[in-house]
Write a new protein. Sequence first.
Length: 227
Amino acid sequence: MANVAKNILGSLRRFMYGTWYGAMAVFAVVTFVLCGLQLVNSDFEDVVAWPTQILHVLMLIALVNVGMAMLFSLSRCKWGRGCGQFLLCCVAFFCFIIYSLPRSMTAESSDKWSVPSDKWVESTICTPTAITRDKLSFLGGISQRETIAVFAISDVELDEGRFSSGSPRNLGGADKAINHYRRIMKRSHIDVALPDDARIVHCNSSTSYLISIVEANGRRYLFCERL
């Protein structure tokens, strides 16, 4: 078994560093798998429940590997291959930046990947909070990395046993907590002003999301943030 693993690693190393395209091919496969995993997780409630930062670390390792392949070629005085790998490294870096950039989610979007699915809302928000789906109106959010979704809550009585006062994040006081939610509103392009005396409660959820409710101006806004 050890010899088989050693042979596989040797073949992979020769493929990545012995050809002009090997490291880029590995980067492309890693990117494809990670993007596919994100899409599957968004529809099927975290098939692989791991922090999204890990996905970016894996992709960054694959990107660095493309640069290492280029340096390996240059160290062997294979200038043509090294120059080609430099161009591939630039392409890989551009793909990494695009992959890492957050994308806005809007209530008006017709793109199914830009709005939370009903299944996700039911399992992630409705189940722990006991707020029914028809009482939640999606306002906007941020997709990618640490996903954030903001909803307006219709008139409904909260199950106090599921909530605690204050923000679930240790933000250093009420003012900083309110500023945190203001920044989310601004980044999500939601035109809502939160006053300083807004009340914050959070759900004692066992999921990988932080759920908080801000009461302001006679309305309630639910913030769901991915850990």
